[in-house]
Design a protein around this ligand. Structure first.
Ligand code: ADP
Ligand code: MG
Length: 586
């Protein structure tokens, strides 16, 4: 075998594997090029999840005919001259790889016109081969059209997901950039239909509202703060608004949407005492930092970044979040913003977000301060059944009374039982949902209409049947729109929408690796039970006894699904022993 230098189109195809794994990656490169070119208008269109068509059009600087040809050559870039420049880069691209890579795996048309030129130039490349370049009439700016991405690389095509999933990723990406660039108008189209568009110059809250479905301006507080090395600004959700996953914590660094563990955990830390365990805020955080203080090129898709002074960034961000939330909660104590208690109509109500934690005078619920969240069914601290093991046959507990609103006291043949009503209810509800048994759907007089983010919509479409099994009747109603026609009886109408969103969030975050049916079922059951709250005053002796009976019929009656004890037993001998010890005085 002899050594050969690989032809450029082979090198490009190899590089394409790194730069462009799926359609959304190509869209990202093209949008970033448009932004680098100073565009104030960026239009993105796609068809079939980007597999058959991608087009990004902008009104940026454009290129000369000569540069247009050069741009398609490997390592042709207008943004970097020497290796030292790397450190001071403010633009997105710098490797000069994206265009030739994409052009090597598609039918690629570049049309571009400089602002001060009378006409533009069109370059057509098929699978990396230049087919033609000629003059064309067009408005100033650049339009790049990518047809049949991966058409000549069937091996890579196989790894692409369904059109819907690929489309969902593109939509999410364009949302992120739309929010990151308030001075740019974005339009996103699918097969000729506009999915959304934004207007340049609107304040951030309005911007977020127009692209992020299901949020409202009054859900947020704005913040802006400068530190010595960096500044940050953005939106923090109020403690009463929360989600079941971290997916709506959106972070940008120097205008780039990034996935930063450091920032996400700093934010969660700041919210720590304001939001119950297992709930997450919605946050749009923009960090501006000197380029030399971050590493951005550690990954070809450049979504991850590393701060040079990570510990400091982390501390300052979490302190800033904490301070803003503290400021907010001070006047809140006596405003009408304060959420009221849930209605006592049903014995058990779902709790919404941190509502109950906002009441300063209310005792913090035991679950909120429980030790580390219990995972799966494994109990954290299993009460030892010293006196009586639960029996299916005969219920022998005698009701004595309620204790501290949360507990009930029972007497048994062998001692006393302190019964944790909330934990018991969680267990009963959890097993009931898991058993798919009594599905009591309550039809809604007015259906709830639900608009979802594209990724969540895909999840819901696939899981509709499973939701139905537990009492949700949900009908698809156009792209990303659904109509909720019935809810299971354990959820109140006001909380139906938030519940579905939360469940989808968890399924989306954890779901891909797990077995479908049972997993989704479990997510629903766990979420339902963990949000169940006792409305203690509404419970009379009869319903407490019923609850205890139902508990003892459960498969795992000793703990709640989160591992909290459902009851504690005190045997007669233990009581006697304690009573016979003389208490020492001084
Ligand atoms: P990079 O962005 O890393 O420089 P690309 O392959 O993405 O490499 O682009 C190559 C060059 O083509 C860019 O440096 C830029 O000069 C030019 N270019 C690409 N897209 C546009 C655009 N939308 N408007 C103006 N110039 C562009
Ligand atoms: Mg680029």
């Amino acid at each position: 075998m002899s050594v050969v230098v690989l032809p450029d189109n082979v090198v490009n195809q190899i590089a394409a594997g790194e730069v462009v794994q799926r359609p959304v990656a190509a869209v990202k490169e093209l949008i970033e090029n448009s932004l680098d070119a100073g565009a104030t208008y960026v239009e993105v269109e796609f068809a079939h999840g980007g597999k058959s068509l991608l087009r990004v059009k902008d009104n940026g600087s454009g290129m000369s005919a000569q540069d247009a040809g050069l741009a398609l050559e490997r390592h042709a870039t207008s943004k970097l001259r020497t290796a030292e420049d790397l450190n001071a880069l403010l633009t997105f691209g710098f490797r000069g790889e994206a265009l030739p890579s994409i052009a090597s795996i598609s039918k690629f048309t570049l049309r571009t016109r400089l602002q001060d030129q009378p006409c533009g130039t069109e370059v057509f490349v098929n699978s990396g081969k230049l087919i033609h370049q000629h003059e064309c009439g067009m408005a100033p700016g650049t339009s790049i059209e990518v047809v049949h991405l991966f058409g000549n690389v069937p091996a890579r095509r196989k790894f692409l997901k369904s059109d819907n999933v690929e489309a969902a990723h593109i939509i999410q990406l364009v949302r992120l950039y739309s929010i990151a660039y308030p001075a740019v108008s974005f339009v996103l189209m699918e097969e000729g239909r506009t999915l959304f568009s934004t207007t340049a110059g609107l304040p951030l809250t309005e911007r977020v509202q127009s692209v992020w479905s299901g949020v409202q301006a009054q859900d947020f507080i704005e913040f802006e703060e400068s530190f010595s090395d960096f500044s940050c600004q953005g939106l923090l959700s109020k403690p009463s608004v929360s989600r079941s996953t971290r997916q709506d914590i959106i972070t940008f660094v120097n205008g780039r949407p990034v996935d930063s563990r450091v920032l996400k955990s700093a934010i969660s830390e700041g919210y720590h005492t304001f939001i119950p365990k297992g709930r997450y805020p919605l946050v749009f955080l923009f960090i501006t930092v000197k380029p030399e203080l971050v590493d951005v090129n550690i990954h070809p898709t450049k979504q991850e970044i590393r701060f040079r002074n990570e510990a400091k960034v982390r501390r300052l961000v979490s302190e800033m979040v904490l301070e803003r939330l503290q400021e907010l909660s001070r006047p809140l104590e006596n405003t009408e913003d304060e959420p009221g208690l849930p209605p006592v109509a049903d014995v058990f109500e779902l709790r919404q977000g941190a509502a109950s934690l906002l009441h300063g005078d209310e005792p913090v619920e035991p679950e909120a301060q429980a030790p580390k969240a219990a995972v799966a069914l494994a109990p954290v601290s299993k009460p030892k059944p010293v006196v009586q093991t639960p029996t299916q046959e005969r219920f022998t507990w005698r009701y004595v009374g309620k204790v501290r609103r949360r507990y009930a006291l029972f007497e048994t043949e062998a001692g006393l039982i302190l019964f944790n009503m909330r934990a018991a209810h969680e267990r009963v509800l959890y097993e009931r949902i898991m058993a798919h048994k009594e599905v009591n759907a309550q039809q809604l007089l007015i259906p709830i209409s639900l608009e979802l983010q594209a990724l969540e919509a895909t999840v819901l479409e696939e899981a509709l049947g499973l939701f139905q099994e537990v009492g949700f009747e949900i009908a698809p109603f156009g792209r990303n729109f659904f109509r909720v026609e019935a809810l299971p009886d354990w959820i109140s109408q006001e909380q139906g929408e938030a519940f579905i969103r939360d469940a989808l969030g968890v399924i989306r975050e954890q779901g891909s690796q797990k077995g479908k049916g049972n997993f989704i079922h479990e997510v629903i059951a766990r979420l339902a039970s963990s949000r169940a709250v006792r409305v203690d005053d509404g419970l009379n002796e009869g319903s407490i006894v019923d609850l205890a009976k139902s508990l003892l019929r459960c498969e795992c009656p000793l703990t709640s699904p989160r591992g909290n004890p459902t009851y504690v037993e005190l045997g007669d001998s233990e009581i006697d022993r304690r009573m016979s010890i003389s208490v020492k005085t001084a």
